[in-house]
Design a protein around this ligand. Structure first.
Ligand code: F6R
Length: 357
């Protein structure tokens, strides 16, 4: 039920703080430690390399998951597009663990990879919103997302839920490897949930920003560095699939190697600056595009902001910024699509679950 919402996408975007709180609840034991099946922890700890396989938005979440697992659990991770894997199979390590990320658990491209790696005898963990789905039944282990049904074709709350669950998986694996972490992930996730709420409470701001930056344009660029780049890729996918504005996410430093040729007077560029070590360099990239006439909407984070920034998100743990910084991009995409009269919940040519290869 949409309730008072015009679209499921807006409702599902709004649900994100509650989904994060639900994940905290479900993945926490009485001692406020992460609750994880010992078999899953063992599979993580015993793997010499993790292969994350997914499509679309789930793939974009996988890019962030790699950062969590490598940073915290110190296990090397590769992220693969499911539909490419079969034809372009990477050289596998001796003890691989496969993680299938899928909201629906029914994506045929991902299932094809699962069938293949099962034939090879490798272990698989599915992280999905639908326990009981094909990918969940056929894998050795499942971790649920607890996001509740996602109806809009454009994925929002499943993306943030996937990142949250991968964070907990990474933290638990770190514990299994006796790596001590200098932060409490459950507490930091609770802070993220509050930040998400602050963001979803500012809808009018994003409606106005979408109007001034995106309502007239045929194309748009998203730039960021580090994890901000991965969120930019997701933000651009959201914008193109529902508003039909041609959009691309780029690593800030890569633009000058070609794509900057497309920047004209008034071209919208959405820039993310949430990482202290990259704040200076991404701002340099913003200057480069501004010098070519770009209309730049810079979104930064409290503590890193400059006076001229268009929007400042509340401060969250630096590793967890993708869970907060994606919310403005989801809302910008939503309002841009509404303002252009697009069918937000059912974009043309798309299906919620892609069950053909
Ligand atoms: C984009 C979107 C798709 C899905 C992709 C994978 O908003 O929803 O890109 O993320 O089709 O679907 P799942 O996660 O169900 O495997």
């Amino acid at each position: 039920e949409k309730g008072t919402y015009d679209h499921f996408m807006l409702k599902e975007t709004d649900e994100q703080p509650f989904v994060i709180r639900k994940i905290i609840q479900h993945y926490q034991d009485d001692a406020e430690q992460i609750k994880m099946e010992p078999a899953i922890r063992n599979a993580m700890v015993n793997a010499d390399r993790i292969y994350i396989v997914a499509a679309g938005t789930s793939y974009n979440a996988g890019l962030v998951g790699k950062q969590f697992i490598e940073n915290l659990a110190k296990i090397p991770v590769e992220v693969h597009i499911a539909s490419e894997f079969a034809y372009n199979m990477p050289l596998l390590s001796e003890k691989p663990l496969f993680i299938f990320l899928s909201q629906s658990g029914e994506t045929a491209d991902s299932r094809a990879v699962l069938v293949k790696i099962k034939e090879l005898g490798h272990p698989a963990l599915t992280i999905t919103n639908v326990p009981g789905s094909t990918l969940s039944r056929e894998a050795d282990f499942t971790l649920p997302l607890y996001a509740g049904p996602e109806i809009a074709v454009a994925s929002t709350k499943a993306y943030t839920a996937q990142m949250a669950v991968m964070l907990l998986l990474a933290v638990d694996a770190a514990k299994g490897k006796e790596i001590t972490l200098d932060f409490n992930p459950l507490q930091e996730l609770a802070i993220v949930a509050n930040a998400m709420e602050v963001l979803t409470d500012q809808k009018e701001t994003f409606e106005t920003l979408a109007q001034s930056y995106l309502s007239e344009s045929r194309n748009a660029f998203f730039i960021g560095r580090g994890v901000d780049y991965f969120v930019c890729v997701e933000g651009s996918l959201k914008l193109k699939e529902i508003s039909y504005i041609q959009a691309e996410g780029f690593a800030g430093g890569e633009l000058k190697h070609g794509t900057i040729a497309l920047i004209e007077e008034g071209t919208p560029v959405i820039a993310l600056a949430t990482q202290s070590s990259l704040n200076h360099s991404i701002r340099g990239n913003v200057q480069e595009v501004n010098a070519r006439g770009a209309n730049t909407l810079l979104i930064s984070m409290k503590g890193l902001e400059h006076d001229e920034d268009a929007f400042v998100i509340p401060a969250v743990h630096e590793l967890l910024t993708p869970l907060a910084s994606v919310v403005p991009l989801q809302l910008l995409a939503y309002y841009a699509a509404v303002q252009r009269g697009a069918d937000v919940d059912k974009p043309r040519n798309l299906a919620k679950s892609v069950t053909v290869e």
